[in-house]
Design a protein around this ligand. Structure first.
Ligand code: NAP
Length: 491
């Protein structure tokens, strides 16, 4: 059994319940390892450690903090292959996708290490001469970071890198599906930080997550996960006015314009919809194609998808790995069944692969004949499905793209600058990708509009989330002001 990481050391649960969480390899359904099923008492201990560590971490110089974070990134590089292998086994996606996740994660750490030592605030013009107006950026204190399973290291790093660089300490609750790589990474790469700066408590969302969210000494909750749990966190924290950072679900559209080159658009959509078996918050979940191109486009895409190789992520030949668990696969099956019941046609996939008896596999699936009455076009599917719908005008395509309660990302394929302009001005989404879907940029902010969340990760915005602002007004010489009392001379 793995240990949690609290106050700079690997520890068992204080509660001594003996309860564990089994971590399953989604490609084989075998138990990889276990972690403690932590309790609110473990959260208490971790938050106390983070609270004690905060003044030290806040007060060390920004240069030293940056150096310590760069060292953590370097240690991740040293252990790159081990971490990638473990991530592949517990999360399921193919090795190249996990190499990319690890690479992005440690680069995010380096990026924020530099940004953190670059900014302390600003000086704004004062209302009068002889005065100084400082706008100071200060850390909040203890940040609770709650992360899902689909990119457990990347999404964690998007939180802890800026939070630590900004001078906060953190308590992390990894997903119960994927806690192993997080624990290993912290013991390998973060054990040189002062004890208590980084803590990891494993356990169920309803126990450990809840306790972290409502803890009075946790000032910020940085959460990535489903919109339902995000709403629950918002309700639970309202009474304490906690700072919330919520990265939630999506239902991203991909619009193919009438000038798009067929081959490139097909390849782009296959990648955007099927990377990580469609389990990306910004997965392409709805495709809109000009009606005149629809038949040929759908056939070409179905042929392309049928050539992808399904298998364990650890196998070098695999293009698409398993889904993360049975409940996630069951949701995909329900969405496909609902679409077929309402008249959709499955061109390829639409079933569990007959050749893979074990593992949570589902064949990459292309559907046509879909419309917005179907669950697969309205609810987050989070699986390897590509429903394609025709449109007549570009205005209609934009209206269809916006016809969702979500607003995380949106993709367009075109070389028509006028269409690009209309798309990014009119589509309500936090990220717009033109001709290069799902590419992240540490320097560019990421996050959702509408029900997809609050706040932004990455870029300058991503570190601003972990600072509170203080305005210092200083009259350097002092003296009695003529607008103080009395307003008029007494007679
Ligand atoms: P989830 O069920 O919402 O869980 C996310 C995290 O919240 C897990 O660590 C979970 O712990 C914890 N949790 C559950 N109940 C909680 C509670 N009452 N209080 C506090 N924490 C609680 O989501 P998921 O299935 O792991 O991930 C998939 C979802 O994440 C999708 O909706 C996807 O769109 C979204 N996502 C969004 C982004 C983005 O940037 N916008 C990125 C990736 C994923 P347990 O694992 O122990 O249940």
């Amino acid at each position: 059994m793995r240990k949690m990481w609290i106050d700079g050391a690997g520890v068992d649960s204080v509660s001594d319940t003996g309860q564990v969480i089994e971590v399953i390899d989604p490609a084989t359904e075998e138990v990889l390892d276990t972690v403690p099923a932590g309790t609110p008492q473990d959260v208490e201990r971790a938050v106390a450690a983070a609270r004690v560590a905060f003044p030290t971490w806040q007060q060390i110089t920004a240069v030293e903090r940056a150096n310590l974070l760069h060292q953590a990134a370097a240690r991740m590089r040293e252990h790159f292959d081990e971490l990638v292998r473990l991530l592949t086994l517990e999360e399921g996606k193919p090795v190249p996708e996990n190499e990319e996740e690890m690479d992005w994660s440690l680069n995010t750490l380096d990026y924020y290490a530099e940004l953190g030592r670059h900014i302390r605030g600003s000086v704004v013009p004062s209302p009068d001469v002889g005065q100084l107006s400082l706008v100071l950026k200060e850390p909040y204190g203890v940040v609770g970071c709650i992360v899902p399973w689909n990119y457990p290291i990347l999404l964690l790093m998007w939180k802890i890198a800026p939070a630590l660089a900004a001078g906060n300490t953190v308590v992390v609750k990894p997903s119960s599906v994927t806690p192993l790589t997080t624990l290993r990474m912290v013991e390998l790469a973060f054990d040189h930080l002062p004890p208590g700066v980084v803590n990891v408590v494993t356990g169920r969302g309803g126990a450990v997550g809840d306790a972290l969210v409502v803890h009075p000494d946790v000032s910020v909750i940085a959460f990535t996960g489903s919109t339902g749990v995000g709403q629950r966190i918002a309700r639970a924290t309202a009474g304490r006015m906690k700072k919330l950072h919520l990265e939630l679900g999506g239902k991203d559209p991909f619009v193919v314009a009438d000038d798009a080159p067929l081959d490139a658009a097909v390849e782009a959509i296959a990648y955007a919809a099927l990377i990580n078996a469609g389990q990306v918050c910004t997965s392409t979940e709805r495709v809109y194609v000009p009606r005149a191109m629809l038949g040929q486009f759908a056939e070409t895409l179905a042929q392309r998808v049928s050539r992808l190789r399904l298998g364990p992520g650890i196998e070098p030949t695999t293009d698409v790995g398993p889904m993360a668990g049975e409940s996630y696969r069951a949701k995909v099956e329900a969405h496909v069944a609902d679409a077929v019941d309402r008249g959709a046609r499955v061109l390829v996939g639409g079933r569990r692969p007959p050749g893979l008896a074990r593992g949570f596999f589902y064949e990459p699936t292309v559907l046509t004949g879909v419309d917005h009455s179907m669950r697969i076009m309205r609810e987050e599917t989070f699986g390897p499905t590509i429903p394609i719908m025709g449109y007549d005008t570009f205005d209609e395509a934009i209206a269809l793209a916006n016809d969702t309660e979500y607003g995380l990302g949106a993709c367009l394929y075109t070389h028509d600058a006028r269409k690009v302009h209309r798309f990014y001005e009119q589509v309500q989404a936090g990220t717009i990708w033109i001709n290069d879907p799902l590419t992240d940029n540490y320097a560019g902010p990421f996050g959702g509009m509408k029900m997809s969340g609050l706040g932004r990760e990455l870029g300058l915005e991503g570190i601003e989330e972990f600072w509170q602002t203080k305005h210092v007004h200083w009259d350097i010489e002092g003296g009695i002001k003529d607008w103080w009392y009395p307003y008029r001379e007494h007679v």
